[in-house]
Design a protein around this ligand. Structure first.
Ligand code: ATP
Ligand code: MN
Length: 464
């Protein structure tokens, strides 16, 4: 920000009579009876600043360059606006075109573009109404995430992005290597690629989760959280999956599944309320143009208690639903999106937390219940989205953890430090993972996860 300028957001709240400078990009321009009306946006607010240029005020050639997409610096007087929608407008005294945008080729026109087209111009879509709102909300929510945890004394840790352990034993991972793909070193006896010669001296990957490292911190700082990128090489071309997405992972010592559930609910309520309080104009836009249930849903989440059922109860509800499921339901199967949405949208009409899943369908680190059949897992299901949070109480007993690692055929030597945490000062602890982009979809009503992250990475796509 320059000394003479000010955010459009602040100018719009300014007093008539002040001489100010505005800088930004032209959203629209209209010429009527010798007067030029320019809607100027600098991204600071949903509302644009209206610039009014009376005939003869500025050099005609300069003014002709002030077309949609051009970058301007305008100085003039704030005056009360006779038009609807804004209380002040800027009466132009001088105007400088900092960067022109040829109207014949500028891709971002006023008329409604498809989301698919806008994705192809990810370098320009932040200037559109929709994506301006998306990225302002994303920024506000990221701040709210840190604020929530910091206010509660949680220590922020950054988990490594490059790892040599497969955190979940499940997620498909991207390899990290500097070996020559055409001619990798090979182990003589077997012909297999010799990763001992690779950069890290063994096979390395991009992380799928920071949870295991967060557990290290929970067992030193009591409460901690990560908020960083994670990577999954799953070839799922769905509107809910990205290859690179941001995860929020709190981890708490001296906490069981009930405490975990309470934190997940408090967290969602907090960030939703933060958005309602700080992003009103943007949310109103989503409600009007993207999904007319957004505001009602958010207000509902912020104020009503989440439902809680066990997996076993969920299966009973689904079996009684009388629906012909694409994926048949019986005790032991994993819940699919259609089941999750039925529970949260039709049965309860609000977020539902499902706990205590069969051990066979959940990760090895989840704490075994006394029934020896289920584990202390929870999924938070939200209307429209399905699973938004996955979490659990962790197995803190060394012998039980070791037998589960062995039982699932995992390489126990890879988990040596994870097992040592259970040997030296173990404690009950729990945590969860929330996909930041799933949260974004929920809060904005945007239908495709590719449209709530600045530069999406999906199978076959990593432009920009
Ligand atoms: P799903 O069944 O939806 O693929 P998951 O069971 O693989 O999710 P977890 O491994 O529990 O998910 O990850 C924790 C959270 O991360 C999920 O609840 C979800 O919010 C988010 N998440 C998982 N995979 C992705 C992805 N590919 N893109 C975006 N967010 C994701
Ligand atoms: Mn998945």
């Amino acid at each position: 920000m320059t000394e003479t300028g000010g955010y459009v957001r602040d100018l719009l709240a300014g007093e008539p009579g002040a001489t100010v400078t505005a800088q930004g990009w032209v959203k629209t321009r209209r010429d009527s009876k010798g007067v030029t009306f320019i809607q100027l946006s600098d991204g600071s607010s949903f509302a644009d600043l209206q610039i009014v240029v009376d005939a003869g005020t500025v050099d005609a050639e300069m003014l002709s360059g002030a077309t949609t997409g051009a970058c301007l610096r305008v100085t003039g007087e704030l005056v009360a606006s006779p038009g609807a929608g804004q209380s002040v407008e800027l009466k132009c005294a001088s105007l400088e075109v900092l960067g022109t945008a040829d109207p014949a080729t500028y891709p971002l026109q006023k008329k409604g573009h498809t989301m698919e087209f806008l994705r192809e111009i990810a370098h320009l879509r932040p200037r559109s109404n929709t994506f301006g709102a998306v990225y302002r909300v994303r920024s506000a929510l990221a701040f709210a995430v840190h604020k929530f945890f910091q206010e509660r004394g949680f220590v922020y840790l950054t988990a490594p992005l490059i790892t040599t352990s497969d955190a979940e034993g499940a997620g498909a991972m991207f390899g990290v290597s500097t070996l020559d793909l055409m001619n990798p070193p090979r182990i003589k006896e077997t012909g297999a690629i010799d990763f001992a010669e690779d950069f890290f001296g063994k096979r390395a990957h991009l992380t799928v989760s920071g949870q295991l490292e967060a557990e290290i911190f929970a067992l030193a700082f009591t409460n901690c959280y990560t908020f960083g990128p994670t990577f999954r090489a799953e070839n799922s071309n769905t509107p809910r999956h990205l290859a690179e997405f941001w995860m929020i992972e709190p981890e708490m010592a001296f906490c069981d599944l009930d405490g975990d559930r309470a934190l997940a609910e408090a967290f969602l309520k907090y960030v939703v309320q933060y958005a309602l309080d700080h992003c009103a104009a943007d949310l109103e836009f989503f409600n009007k143009r993207i999904d007319s249930t957004v505001l009602a849903t958010l207000e509902n989440v912020a104020t009503s208690d989440f439902a809680h059922i066990t997996y076993t109860e969920a299966i009973a509800i689904l079996e009684k639903a009388g629906k012909s499921w694409e994926f048949p339901v019986r005790w032991g199967v994993d819940l699919q999106s259609e089941h999750e949405r039925y529970l949260t949208e039709e049965t309860f009409g609000k977020p539902v937390i499902v706990t205590d899943y069969p051990k066979e369908i959940k990760a090895f680190y989840m704490r075994l219940n006394d029934d020896d059949k289920t584990v202390r897992a929870m999924d938070v299901l939200a209307p429209r989205i399905g699973e938004i949070i996955g979490g659990s109480q962790r197995e803190e007993r060394h012998d039980v953890l070791l037998s589960k690692i062995r039982g699932q055929g995992l390489d126990e030597s890879a988990y040596w430090w994870y097992l040592e945490l259970r040997k030296y000062g173990t404690a009950p602890h729990a945590g969860f993972g929330l996909g930041f982009e799933r949260l974004m979809m929920y809060v904005t009503g945007m239908k495709n996860i590719r449209d709530v992250i600045p530069f999406p990475r999906t199978p076959g796509y990593a432009e920009f």
